[in-house]
Design a protein around this ligand. Structure first.
Ligand SMILES: [Fe+2]
Ligand SMILES: [Fe+2]
Length: 443
């Protein structure tokens, strides 16, 4: 039976089972039966209430339900009615007043053994919300150790709400696994301190096996997905490391050609990081800028060494040639959509633009110049000033900072200049860390 139909059937049957018994519509013979319980003992009655010292009200309720449940049990409906009970003041262990013979057949036991099976053989408990819309069964599984507390909670909840709804996975003696859907109504008899659970079970083994298989497949897919994600992350990290290594090697190659040291690239990256942190870039953006800035002068690889290493002043033609390194560098780094290379390309192109629009190659001004280019412009000049070159000595930090300040609002973004000057101690730390013996130290 399809789970959907089975559950709907169970719900409608359950309502019928739980409807209050109207004496008016009952046969006289049946009413008599509710005052004389001997008929109950005709069959295999293992309960305690009808033989015990309990109120007539409780006994009548148990008897009328047994009568109804036996009638239902005799029909062709697939539900398995039962009546369980527990004493509210004792350890609340359950016993059964009635168990449908079909249930006994399924469990392969006597009625007096039902409570034992439910106590010892339930290996999984779950809520069981059938969603007709998307044809799925959502479960909440509990481990075996949680079951004892769960059963108590189930009974307490049932007493409070008047209803119990659950699914049990039961391991039978022959290792056969069955799933039973339970829907019950809990009634409390305060005079006797007894609770009755009037319920019906439905064998939903087929549906739940399908559901378990679906969940196992889902779990397997999740596992494969996680493994793939892990592999992808590993490959991404590898690719990132390769990219970084390549750009540093290329930057180094350009540096050898330019006769500048690898230290210029390293220091400039650190100065840029100080400034990008001051601006408020996030860690990911800072890391990109840190590495991308090392490529700012890669275009110099296409400029003749004689010009790059000329000790004297460059003539106009030579300077025009030098200026082409920004466009050449950007071209070298173009055609790749990696964020690192995109930023490197932008920095290579824009690090000689000026805030007032008098820079090159495009004469951008103000915010038209990408932030990374404006940051690199300040740090490039600062490090060039504080480093020794074939044609000049290294400037002292304070002198170089004064020079940067002079460019505030003309060469450089004024706000970035302020931030740069405010980070003097950090800048000095970097300068000291990468100090070359013959260069001068702090101010
Ligand atoms: Fe440059
Ligand atoms: Fe540079």
């Amino acid at each position: 039976m399809d789970a959907n139909i089975a559950i709907l059937y169970l719900k409608s049957l359950y309502q019928r089972l739980m409807a209050p018994i109207k004496y008016g519509v009952m046969h006289m013979r049946q009413i008599t039966k509710l005052h004389d319980f001997n008929w109950v003992f005709d069959q295999d009655y293992c309960g305690r209430i009808l033989k015990g010292d309990f109120s007539d009200k409780l006994k009548r309720r148990v008897a009328e339900c047994i009568l109804l449940f036996r009638n239902f049990n005799a029909t062709a409906n697939p539900s398995l009615p039962y009546i369980s009970a527990w004493h509210e003041d004792s350890d609340k262990s359950i016993w059964y007043e009635f168990a449908a013979s079909k249930l006994l057949d399924l469990l392969k036991c006597q009625s007096c053994e039902v409570s034992e099976i439910f106590r010892d053989s339930i290996i999984k408990w779950c809520s069981y919300d059938y969603e007709a819309n998307n044809d799925t069964v959502s479960q909440k599984m509990l481990c075996r150790t949680a079951l004892t507390g769960m059963r108590k909670k189930l009974r307490d909840d049932g007493k409070l709400s008047g209803n119990v709804e659950a699914v049990y996975k039961i391991a039978l003696q022959d290792n056969k696994i069955i799933w039973l859907k339970d829907m019950a109504s809990v009634e409390s008899f305060q005079d006797d301190r007894i609770c009755l659970s009037l319920g019906a079970l439905m064998d939903v083994t087929k549906e739940m096996e399908k559901e378990e298989q679906r969940q196992a497949e889902e779990e397997e897919l999740r596992g494969k997905h996680a493994a793939l994600e892990k592999e992808l992350e590993k490959q991404s990290k590898k690719l990132w490391k390769t990219q970084i290594e390549m750009i540093y090697r290329l930057a180094q190659a350009a540096g050898y050609h330019d006769n500048s040291t690898g230290l210029h690239i390293t220091k400039m990256s650190h100065y840029c990081d100080i400034l990008s942190e001051a601006v408020g870039l996030n860690n990911e953006e800072r890391e990109l800028l840190f590495h991308a800035t090392s490529m700012h002068d890669v275009g110099k690889i296409a400029i003749a060494e004689a010009i790059l290493q000329k000790p004297g002043k460059l003539d106009e033609h030579e300077f025009e040639l030098i200026k082409t390194h920004s466009v050449i560098g950007a071209k070298l780094l173009s055609g790749n959509d990696s964020p690192l290379l995109e930023m490197a390309q932008s920095i290579a192109l824009n690090h000689h633009e000026r805030w007032d629009g008098a820079g090159y190659p495009n004469g951008l001004c103000g915010d038209e110049i990408p932030l990374s280019g404006r940051i690199a412009a300040i740090c490039d000049v600062f490090d060039a000033l504080t480093s020794e070159r074939p044609y000049k000595k290294a400037w002292r930090i304070n002198d170089a900072l004064s020079e940067v300040k002079k460019g505030r609002g003309t060469k450089f973004d004024p706000e970035l200049v302020d931030l740069f000057l405010s980070r003097k101690s950090h800048i000095a730390d970097i300068k000291r860390r990468f100090q070359v013996d013959h260069e001068q130290g702090c101010a």
